[in-house]
Design a protein around this ligand. Structure first.
Ligand SMILES: *Cc1c(COP(=O)(O)O)cnc(C)c1O
Length: 348
């Protein structure tokens, strides 16, 4: 793979904006270079545009090099950057599995790039050859999500590998839910496969959705492109510092994951016992895709009770499906209580 032929010409030749914090990085006592205010000490300085301290810490935990990391305003920023770096509007296209995370298509539409969805197989299995068959010479990126949202299942590693090895372009592997999965991450393959971009986020297992921080991991060459195109100060100081601190509590994060996974079992069992629940799909994530008799009606009833789930009816292969996040035992209990009540009213 020659990155030069994959990257948009204007981006390849782009001379990036050089901000004050890029030009001088040492320690100085007098900062008169960035037109910042000398007052309001806690907040007056621009953040580190390359988030060096944050990345060093992440590199240690994730076992990669800091130069293989891009930090963004959520992983959604990384998804948008992938389009802006690799896809010429009105000319290139991307291929993605369907159903999957909705942001890939929205980002494609915003960037005026053709989006080619390829339906997953029975039980949301990935079929590599079907995705590869949907590509042509203008396909720059294939989006994979594992564990997948909204189905919850992790994709077969061999199928992903077939795509990575046979596609002459970028393969994005979105691992937003990897912490809940027993399957291995693709991070350890970063040095082996230079065409993959792995996405992680602080929004799910780490419990930090409000901070807006997501990570893209890739070859140094690809990360350099991300750094060139992203806004210089895309992750604010409050977020950087808070996450640097939260990274000291890996054990607490792991305990939360344990609790959620443990809670997923009784929730699954209780859901199964409700007659209008027709199917619960296998989950490797912190949510369940649940097929019911009438998703729209069930959704409305739950909303009236102040319980909000995600209605995925209308999404391909998700007829009458609700996506339910695993909450606390109390929250899950409230959900089950309401579903039982609705089921009794409707179907007895
Ligand atoms: C929730 C989610 C994300 C996270 O997005 P952020 O912008 O980091 O909050 C990314 N990908 C998938 C598939 C998700 O479900």
């Amino acid at each position: 793979m020659n990155l030069k032929f994959l990257v948009r010409k204007n981006i390849y030749h782009l001379k990036p904006y050089s901000c004050a914090r890029d030009e001088f990085q040492g320690i100085a006592s007098v900062h008169l270079d960035a037109n910042e205010s000398p007052y309001n000490q806690e907040f007056n300085r621009y953040p580190d545009p390359l988030q060096r301290t944050l990345k060093e810490k992440i590199a240690e935990i994730k076992n990669v090099r800091p130069s293989q990391i891009m930090a963004g305003n959520g992983s959604d920023e990384a998804i948008d950057l992938v389009f802006r770096i690799f896809c010429e509007p009105n000319e290139d296209n991307v291929v993605a599995m369907e159903p999957t995370y909705g942001m890939y298509k929205v980002a494609a539409d915003i960037n005026n790039v053709e989006y080619r969805p390829v339906q997953l197989e029975e039980n949301f299995r990935l079929n590599a050859s079907k995705l590869l068959a949907a590509t042509d010479i203008h396909t720059k990126v294939i989006f994979l999500c594992s564990p997948n949202n909204p189905s919850g299942n992790a994709m077969n590693r061999e199928e992903i590998l077939t795509i990575v090895q046979n596609f002459n372009g970028i393969v994005v592997i979105d691992e937003a839910y990897i912490d809940f999965s027993t399957g291995p991450t693709w991070l350890k393959d970063l040095d082996k496969y230079l065409n993959i971009i792995v996405l992680h986020t602080f929004s799910k297992a780490w419990g930090l959705a409000s901070l807006r921080c997501g990570l893209a991991f890739a070859s140094e060459e690809i990360i350099a492109l991300f750094n060139k195109v992203k806004y210089p100060y895309n992750v604010n100081t409050l977020t950087q510092n808070k996450i640097i601190n939260e990274l000291n509590y890996v054990d607490r994060k792991n305990a939360w994951i344990e609790m959620i996974l443990k809670e997923r079992e009784p929730l699954t069992k209780a859901l199964k016992s409700i007659p209008m629940v027709e199917k619960i799909y296998h989950s490797d994530a912190n949510f369940l895709l649940v097929k019911v008799k009438d998703a729209d009606k069930t959704y409305r009833f739950l909303t009236e009770r102040g319980i909000i789930v995600r209605n995925r009816n209308k999404i391909p292969l998700c007829d009458n499906c609700l996506r339910i996040t695993v909450g606390t035992p109390d929250e899950n209990g409230a959900l089950i209580g309401a579903l039982k009540e609705f089921s009794n009213n409707q179907y007895q």
